[in-house]
Design a protein around this ligand. Structure first.
Ligand SMILES: [Ca+2]
Ligand SMILES: [Ca+2]
Ligand SMILES: [Ca+2]
Ligand SMILES: [Zn+2]
Length: 684
């Protein structure tokens, strides 16, 4: 509809001002104070401000006996269409605050709030009496000489007028110096820049963007805050995990998001135009179209007190800002800019060249593919980058601590378990960890099966340690710690101090941790940590081994992603094994195998040799007597021997078919082990 002419159809009305004491509104946020008349008229005035209220309402059948002449002039009852719109507008207020409305008969003095229409001589669109114990308190009159009031429906001016008048009927005033009489209204007022319907439906000024073409359908940001102050916030509204789908790409809309509880998502995933999304309370987002060929501006807001943790951008280039919660923010396609702010956030830029800012605390960023499908640069003193064919993602100011891929993650957090174990490798073995060993130790500690202190004995008791240092006495032990950790020979007083401590009963494990977890060593080793410590994903490792066991090749990136996600989502390795051995690739390569042929295949692929006769007989008999082939496949694939043999292809990021291995070049089994790896021995 066309915008109404100012001064004619805008909702001007006279609002009788209650004469009562000034409330304590000074202590309130300005945006609440600006909406409250003096005396704070309200329907719960028998109890304290913020208490729930249950209010009755009715539709006038004739002009009330107590009505003033002006109220009675040209009176007509509301039509069915108008009554339905009133009920919907009342519900919009109940949704955010603890005020309920019960429809009653209009007999006698009717409900506490009564709705009717009259002729307002073209001077106003409607007017309302504030809550009051007089019969007229809460009465709402809509102008029946205004065409815009004939068919109120969400988005048009007539509907907006109802939402506005109900605001008055439950205790809100205008936020500026105006009413149906002109000026002279009661303050305090909002700053001019905020005295419009983007902020409050109680303003006379429409949303400040041209061609917006729609009007508020519910209380706006400041109205929600003010009405919740009067009657309390309605925490029963959408208390579960809700998704707010803002998928309208065709017409303009406004939305104030109020939510009682739960882990909730603002989903703009269907939008094609770049959106600006801000999950902070009281912030505005710009999502979708303005209905006139341009982008919406500030059409969505998060109510004060509403905790929305998650957001999805659309296919355009979005700007997404989280809040103090642990946010999950997805950019989707397009070149997105995503900021998590404080909290342990998870950012997923999706495709495109995205800019990610984790903010304070330990944050994660996700990439869907395996590590080796990306070009990754992690540096202590420069922005980290992760690039693939869809673009280069840039991380602002080393603000991401976990770079998560399908086959594992880089950890750059110096306070992480991975960093502690990294420092332990340095202190005891004087080397960087191998990927498999680091993962195994971190898993033991993070799962709670070992403490960091308990792992020290694993290092100092390893064959690698004793092979290098023998069984050092206390002096020798202190000396190696000085050399490994501090890079120098012990000074005499230091040696004296530590050897005395050991003689006095201090454990060597405690001493190692004193050195490795010292502030000095954390600082010395941080450049190594900030380049990323790789922790393999065990599900991806299982899938990669299954590729080798059944198809004798490296996994392709797409397959690795598909099957690893299946495992994470509850599928089993046995079921996936059936998929592999039933695949066209398997059948084409090996044909239909009998049990002996199947056993021979597994020996070839996994162990790199022909089966010995007793092994062949045993496995063949086992399968012939009912053992599922998948069980045998998984048994071979997950054997310690196969895990160790494949470590070089898996632990440091799964190597990929087509990248690390080309078509037709089937690798041979039984490749070299991954260097010195004592942890397999004492973790077995
Ligand atoms: Ca919710
Ligand atoms: Ca956050
Ligand atoms: Ca993106
Ligand atoms: Zn008004």
């Amino acid at each position: 509809m066309a915008a109404p002419q100012k001064g004619l159809t805008e909702s001007m009305e006279h609002v009788p001002v209650a004469s009562a004491d000034v409330s304590g509104a000074d202590a309130l946020p300005y945006y609440i104070a600006a909406l409250l008349p003096s005396g704070t008229p309200r329907w719960n005035d028998q109890s304290s401000i913020g208490s729930p209220a249950n209010v009755t309402f009715s539709f006038m059948t004739e002009s009330p006996a107590y009505a003033w002449f002006d109220d009675s002039f040209g009176f007509a009852p509301m039509s069915g269409v108008q009554q339905a719109a009133v009920r919907a507008a009342l519900a919009a207020w109940s949704e955010v605050a603890n005020i309920t409305f019960r429809e009653v008969s209009d007999a006698g003095d009717g409900g506490e709030i009564r709705f009717g229409t009259n002729n307002q001589n073209g001077t106003s669109g409607g007017y309302t009496y504030f809550p009051n114990s007089d019969p007229s308190g809460g009465d709402v009159y809509i102008a029946n000489d205004q065409a815009s009031n004939k068919n109120p429906e969400p988005g048009n001016w007539g509907y907006h007028t109802l939402v506005h008048e109900i605001g008055h009927a439950i205790g809100l005033k205008h936020p500026g110096d105006y009413d149906a009489h002109g000026g002279g209204a009661e303050g305090p007022f909002l700053p001019a820049a905020e005295d419009n319907q983007q902020f409050t439906t109680m303003s006379y000024t429409t949303q400040p963007w041209a061609n917006y073409g729609t009007y508020g359908v519910a209380p706006a940001l400041y109205d929600v805050a003010a009405i919740q102050y009067l009657y309390g916030a309605n925490l029963k509204t959408r208390p579960g995990d809700d998704v707010y789908q803002l998928s309208n790409t065709e017409t303009a809309f406004t939305k104030v998001i109020w939510d009682g509880a739960g882990s909730d998502t603002l989903d703009a995933g269907a939008q094609t135009r770049g959106a600006t999304i801000d999950l902070q309370q009281g912030a505005f987002s710009s999502i979708g179209t303005n209905g006139a060929g341009g982008a919406a501006v500030n059409n969505v807001s998060i109510a004060y007190g509403a905790s929305i943790g998650n957001a999805n951008g659309g296919s355009g280039s979005d700007k997404i800002t989280g809040n103090a919660l642990a946010n999950r923010l997805n950019g989707g396609a397009g070149d997105d800019t995503i900021s998590g702010l404080t909290g342990m956030d998870t950012l997923d830029g999706g495709s495109g060249s995205d800019v990610l800012d984790g903010g304070e605390e330990s944050d994660s960023a996700l990439w869907t593919g395996p590590r080796h499908a990306y070009s990754i640069s992690l540096k202590a003193n420069a922005d980290d980058t992760v690039a693939d064919s869809s673009g280069t993602d840039r991380i602002i100011g080393n603000s991401i601590e976990h770079f998560v891929f399908v086959d594992g993650e880089f950890v750059t957090d110096t306070a992480s378990t991975a960093a502690q174990v990294y420092r332990l490798y340095d202190a005891t073995l004087d080397r960087a960890p191998d990927a498999g060993g680091l993962k195994n130790w971190v898993e033991s500690i993070d799962s709670g099966s070992m403490t960091l202190n308990q792992t020290v004995a694993g290092f100092t008791g390893s064959s690698e340690f004793t092979g290098r240092y023998g069984n050092p006495d206390d002096t020798g032990f202190v000396t190696l710690l000085y050399r490994n950790v501090l890079g120098r020979e012990p000074d005499a007083p230091g040696m004296q101090t530590w050897t005395s401590a050991l003689a006095g009963g201090k454990s060597r494990s405690d001493l190692v941790l004193d050195f490795s977890e010292s502030g000095e060593n954390i600082g010395l080793t941080s450049p190594g940590v900030e380049q990323g410590l790789w922790l393999r994903d065990d599900a991806a490792a299982q899938v990669a081994r299954l590729y080798h066991t059944t198809l004798n090749r490296l996994p392709d990136a797409e397959g690795l992603v598909t099957w690893t996600n299946a495992l994470h989502n509850g599928d089993t390795l046995l079921r996936i094994s059936d998929q592999f051995t039933g695949s066209p690739e398997f059948v084409e390569r090996y044909g239909a195998l009998d049990s002996a042929g199947f056993t021979t295949l597994l020996y070839n692929n996994v162990l790199g040799r022909q089966p010995d006769s007793s092994g062949l007989a045993a496995w063949t008999a086992s399968m012939d007597s009912g053992t599922r082939r998948a069980e045998v496949v998984v048994g071979f694939s997950e054997s310690a021997e196969h895990q160790s043999q494949r470590a070089a292809f898996i632990d440091d990021g799964v190597m990929l078919y087509g990248q690390n291995q080309s078509a037709g070049q089937v690798e041979t089994a039984g490749l070299a082990l991954s260097g010195s790896n004592p942890d397999w021995l004492f973790n077995a």
